[in-house]
Design a protein. Structure first.
Length: 381
């Protein structure tokens, strides 16, 4: 097993888009701290995340699939990448919610319910509604997208041998129909986090992820992420926020969401993968990509705290947007520290442990004359 070489060049503009997208999600989930400025179409950011993930994972793994990487190895990669920060975020929410039960008349009962909901989520499984939560991941709500993506990742690797570009186009078209039905059913694209709309999250993930894979194929299945540097990368960064501000009445909301998902994401992705920002912006864009997942999966405790402050006081909204800026600065700082001093070391330790197990198993097979399996390679991607 091996970790990714830190000198490998990334798709720098896509990194920047992921970072900006995570900040948009954070702002949308802490709207009380920003005032009445949140864009009407902000949920499309999550669908953009799915598309970005499809593109980047296709770039990283399609050559490995052709070389024989199996479903088990690929899914191990994905779990190693996602689980440490997921677990940290979930435990932070658990501690926060348990703290809110202190002093309540029914605090002990609520604490028991929260603990029961935690148990399946400790192993990254949804919390059944029978345990008392309305959300698929009742503690760390944004984690529903991780479950949806892992499910689609498994489908991807299992059908890869038959996934020619022609078949892939058919998959994307079928997923687009499923997504359109989802949006028309619920009247919006912002679905999937609760048990009442859970299947909508899978439809969003299926369409967005395979759209990203299709973008990779249409871009020529590039074997390097090196891209020409151009100043135009900087204004391209505002494309994702810009589409979020497209207004719509409730009657027109589903049609706007369908148009954004099916008509905007692919062109934006194809353009933004084709060049990089100038060197003076590259470090900032890369940093945005590095902490984007941490911002996304660690911000729920702050969301819970702000909601409870709002129940008792208007101070957060009275100080908007300064309170929003303070919240964003705090979450970004926590995300930066967690990514650098928790996520990286933990994943390195997991990879080292798996490598040690593999080495011992290979030695045992060699000593007993059993065939030696192909060596695993877990990357920190």
């Amino acid at each position: 097993m091996e970790t990714r070489n830190p000198t490998v060049t990334n798709f720098v503009l896509l990194d920047g888009m992921r970072g900006l997208g995570a900040l948009l999600v954070l702002a949308g989930h802490t709207i009380a701290a920003w005032g009445p400025v949140w864009p009407a179409s902000g949920a499309i950011v999550v669908d953009a995340f799915f598309a970005l993930s499809g593109f980047v994972l296709a770039y990283a793994y399609e050559p490995k699939f052709r070389d024989g990487m199996g479903a088990g190895e690929f899914m191990l990669h994905r779990v190693v990448r996602l689980f440490p920060l997921y677990l940290l975020g979930t435990m932070l929410v658990y501690v926060t919610l348990m703290a809110f039960t202190v002093g309540d008349a029914d605090g002990a009962k609520r604490a028991d319910g929260i603990t029961l909901q935690l148990l399946p989520q400790l192993v990254m499984l949804p919390s059944p509604p029978q345990l008392g939560g309305a959300d698929v991941y009742s503690l760390n709500v944004p984690a529903y997208t991780l479950f949806c993506e892992l499910a689609v990742n498994l489908v991807y690797v299992l059908i890869f041998r038959w996934l020619s570009t022609r078949v892939l186009i058919g998959v994307v078209l079928a997923a687009a129909v499923a997504l359109a039905i989802t949006i028309l059913t619920f009247g919006r694209i912002d679905v999937g986090s609760d048990w009442g709309t859970w299947w909508g999250g899978l439809a969003r993930a299926m369409f967005g992820f395979f759209l990203g894979v299709l973008a990779y194929r249409l871009a020529g299945s590039p074997r390097t992420a090196n891209r020409p540097k151009h100043w135009f990368a900087v204004p391209m960064m505002v494309m994702l926020p810009a589409v979020c501000f497209i207004p719509a009445t409730p009657e027109w909301r589903p049609f706007v969401d369908i148009a954004l998902a099916c008509g905007i994401l692919l062109p934006i992705l194809l353009v933004c993968q084709s060049f990089s920002p100038p060197d003076r912006f590259a470090a900032l864009f890369t940093l945005g990509g590095q902490i984007s997942y941490a911002v996304y999966i660690l911000h729920q405790p702050m969301r819970e705290i702000l909601e409870r402050i709002q129940w008792k006081s208007t101070i957060v909204s009275d100080l908007a947007p300064w309170s929003g800026m303070a919240v964003m600065a705090l979450v970004v700082t926590i995300a930066f520290l967690a990514e650098r001093y928790y996520d990286r070391p933990v994943r390195t330790a997991i990879v080292a442990w798996l490598k040690s197990r593999e080495t011992k198993a290979a030695a045992l097979r060699s000593a007993t004359g059993r065939p030696i399996r192909r060596r695993l390679t877990v990357q920190r991607r």
